[in-house]
Design a protein around this ligand. Structure first.
Ligand SMILES: NC(=O)c1ccc[n+]([C@@H]2O[C@H](COP(=O)([O-])OP(=O)(O)OC[C@H]3O[C@@H](n4cnc5c(N)ncnc54)[C@H](O)[C@@H]3O)[C@@H](O)[C@H]2O)c1
Length: 419
């Protein structure tokens, strides 16, 4: 299939290549569609399609446009899908002229594995993260993703798209990888037992392999009475790091000390007298004790999610928000500082379960590389859809109440009653 008419006037041309599972991962159709929708045309100069599911494919395309600006725009746009100009040159480096901002025209990263060409060699960019820049250490020929706020004057930053190539995550060929076959989120109207079973299997694989499991959780975990399910996951070794906010930790500790969550008795399901003060009294007591860990060490906090994290050595990052009461001493109120600490915990994470928090799920979704498998569970389809829009084969969304989800997950992991 070619759309370029040799007789047409449009004749600024760039040759690009695509390799890998470009047919079944739909990368080639995406590239062709993008060229046409941006006003260009193409000619397929060469194509070889793998015969078996595991065989990679290859395609070389000529991209044609009416003027050089349009051609640059098209080549930039299709580079996100892995199209690499055949005649690559080194990345263009410009020293940052001020702290906290990139030079104009900086290359804006995706969350996919990427490389930058330095002195004729392709060098992989460490710590892939979307919406950042690329900082180069010319002396050591290394490159790393850098967020805007961390740029320091003099840092060498990649500018423009030349000399950068992206390797989009492609559909995995192993039959057991259900993430590759789930193309949409599981709505509230579909059965979920099979999906939860697959999620449990993915968590087991992450635990048995070298991967780390990150859980991002909101206070509905406590409000719905699911703390004990969550605690079982921690005791079973299925949580390597927890990202949350003030509310999850506060209501968890409120439950441990008062038996309520936001003043509602978790046993009786009704509001307790003066219960609305319980979360503030909990925060106050933790602040008086010097923090959550100090409360555990002092023998004051003896149950709940935060207690299990402390006693099982599971690191937690509590990121602050403008609506926090208190907050608890461990809450990091500087959001940039919180992002930095979260980033420190991302390397090695292969599986992330996001439960009942829009704010923290989306924040963490922005930090994670595309290869991390993500499951987002929320009662609101909009939250799940937003996360699924990460656009990889790695995100599964489940629209459901957190309590039945966690209960069945714990059953599938055979943690009920054992731990
Ligand atoms: N008193 C406090 O200090 C306090 C109280 C609340 C929130 N906060 C903070 O505000 C920030 C935002 O809070 P957030 O993340 O809870 O709010 P959010 O609105 O970002 O997310 C809450 C999510 O929970 C989902 N949800 C609600 N009930 C559910 C259920 N039963 N099952 C599944 N999903 C369910 C909602 O659909 C929503 O997506 C956080 O940093 C939090 O710590 C502080």
């Amino acid at each position: 299939m070619n759309t370029h008419d040799p007789a047409s006037a449009a004749d600024f041309v760039e040759e690009v290549e695509l390799r890998g599972h470009i047919i079944d991962s739909l990368l080639l159709p995406k590239v062709l569609d993008e060229i046409m929708s941006l006003g260009g045309t193409f000619r397929i100069a060469d194509i070889s399609v793998g015969h078996k599911r595991s065989d990679p494919s290859f395609s070389r395309l000529e991209v044609h446009a009416a003027d050089p600006d349009l051609l640059r725009k098209i080549v930039t746009s299709i580079s996100r899908h892995g199209a690499v100009p055949v005649h690559s040159r080194d990345g263009t480096l410009v020293a940052a002229d001020i702290d906290g901002a990139f030079p104009e025209g900086f290359y804006c990263t995706t969350n996919e594995d990427s490389e930058v060409r330095l002195n004729g060699q392709w060098v992989s960019v460490a710590m892939p993260e979307m919406d950042c820049g690329i900082k180069v250490d010319a002396a050591h020929s290394t490159a790393v993703t850098v967020p805007m706020s961390d740029v320091q004057r003099g840092d060498l930053i990649v500018v423009g798209h030349a000399g950068v190539r992206v390797h989009p995550h492609q559909r995995e060929t192993q039959s057991h990888d259900f993430f590759s076959f789930m193309s949409s989120s599981v709505s509230s109207e579909k059965p979920k037992a099979g999906t939860v079973r697959e999620i449990a299997a993915a968590m087991r694989r992450a635990k048995e392999g070298a991967g780390r499991i990150l859980i991002v959780a909101g206070p509905a975990v406590v409000h719905t009475g699911s703390s004990e399910h969550f605690s079982r996951l921690i005791r079973g070794g299925f949580v390597n790091v927890l990202f949350a906010g003030n509310a999850l930790a506060t209501h968890d500790i409120e439950q441990a000390w008062f038996g309520t969550s936001l003043g509602i008795s978790l046993h009786e399901g009704r509001a307790m007298r003066e219960g609305h003060e319980h979360h503030l009294r909990s925060i106050n007591r933790v602040r008086r004790l010097g923090g959550i860990k100090a409360a555990v060490d002092a023998g004051q906090l003896t149950s709940g999610i935060m207690y299990e994290c402390v006693t099982h050595g599971v690191p937690y990052v509590l990121a602050g928000s403008i609506r926090d009461d208190g907050p608890l001493p461990e809450v990091i109120t500087d959001t940039l500082a919180a992002q930095r600490v979260m980033r420190e915990h991302v390397p090695g994470v292969t599986f992330c379960l996001m439960i009942a928090t829009t704010l923290h799920s989306i924040a963490v979704g922005n930090l994670l590389p595309a290869h991390v498998k993500v499951v987002c569970v929320d009662i609101n389809p909009a939250t799940v859809t937003k996360l699924a829009d990460r656009g990889s084969f790695q995100t599964v969304g489940l629209v459901t109440d957190v309590e039945p989800f966690l209960r069945v997950l714990v059953e599938e992991l055979e943690l009920s009653g054992t731990i």
